[in-house]
Design a protein around this ligand. Sequence first.
Ligand code: NDP
Length: 305
Amino acid sequence: MKTHKVAIIGTGPAGLTAALYSARADLEPIVFEGHEPGGQLTLTTDVENFPGFPEGVMGPDLINNIKKQAARFGAEYIQKHVTKVDTSSRPFKFYCGDEEFQSETLILSTGASARFLGLDNEKELTGKGVSTCATCDGFFYRGKVVHVVGGGDTAMEDATFIAKFASKVYVCVRRDELRASKPMQKRAMDTENIEFLWNTEVKEILFNDSGVTGINVLNNKTNETTERETDGLFYAIGHTPNTSFLDNQIDCDDHGFIKTTNGGETNVPGVFACGDVQDPIFRQAISAAGSGCQASMLAERFLHS
Ligand code: NDP
């Protein structure tokens, strides 16, 4: 069985940038695309904040371009899903079902999936009023009314960010208190056009051909359901890092995000992580791409040392 120098698991901007750097360093990376090739960017339309595209770029185009760029230098893509890894000895073994592969280093870039509420039509309406990324989409809601769901740091950060553009931001919190840290709470509460709707659960999304028009919310204290007009519905109820296939071999934080040090090292020498799977805070295409570069350079150094 061939022992590869670098195997990259996951093909969002982090994994693909790691592929590009590893390929250019003659490390002949094999890159596993998994169930969601291209990651979350393939679910978005306009990306206006990735440097180098003055007119913006479509998410899927950006991904395809990085993919082609890495392929040009020899990255090999495998359209399979890695189901298991064994990092107990080197070369590391990993599996797609029964098929075994081996590699001297592993770069984990499997991303984190935004949590959804599970409401009817929410996936179809993503990009048409439903969003899981305020930094990506807040700008499109200038002068509009927006509802944000969640009570953690992400919800506070998202509400505060969107409030710069939107005329009004309502934060739907399912309890009567926030989970967010005190400074983030204070920032949101001190923002004039943010209002909190306590004990409020979104139960239904209303829409027409152009997208979201409103929501039905339940006050879980009074049991009263109210229809509310809104132009946008932002989910900020957490992300689930895609780490279950690691089977606890790699150290993760309480939320399941891989713990990294020195720019991408995990607790297992030779295993590196990049992108959203190790980043609960920034979660941007550009920060993911940057961390992919770091992971690749760390892998190269590791192989040479
Ligand atoms: P969290 O898990 O911290 O918070 C999720 C929030 O969503 C909670 O308020 C939770 O409510 C609510 N929620 C979950 N499921 C539902 C549901 N089905 N319906 C309604 N509400 C729901 O996730 P975050 O993404 O906010 O934060 C993740 C980590 O990243 C944290 O450690 C956070 O501190 C960190 N972070 C730090 C930032 C920074 O420092 N700048 C920015 C963003 C995140 P409940 O409280 O009732 O469970």
